[in-house]
Design a protein around this ligand. Structure first.
Ligand code: SF4
Length: 88
């Protein structure tokens, strides 16, 4: 399932589990998306970007894509052992 929505940063719900485009300065930023069927729940992404990813029920969720500018989400993408994260 690919859910992709543009939204204004301060209107992003506090917690959600899919990917949203984040509007900053008129530009939609790429945000991480997790393939839940592929994720093995290792927790590496939430260790690298704890403000963006959260483990729940042994799966990673993108809880705050707007925080991607506080870490290196691309590192999480590149480090995922099963290539479950993409930036869209
Ligand atoms: Fe899942 Fe990949 Fe995150 Fe590990 S790094 S929890 S496999 S998305």
């Amino acid at each position: 399932m690919s859910l992709h929505r543009g939204t204004i940063e301060n209107e992003i719900p506090e917690q959600y589990g899919s990917n949203y485009g984040v509007l900053k300065g008129g530009m939609i930023m790429a945000t991480p998306k997790i393939d839940m069927d592929t994720c093995i729940g290792c927790g590496l992404c939430s260790e690298l970007c704890p403000k963006v990813f959260e483990l729940r029920d042994d799966k990673a969720w993108v809880t705050n894509p707007a925080a991607c500018d506080t870490c290196d989400c691309q590192q999480a993408v590149d480090s995922c052992p099963v290539t479950a994260i993409s930036m869209e």
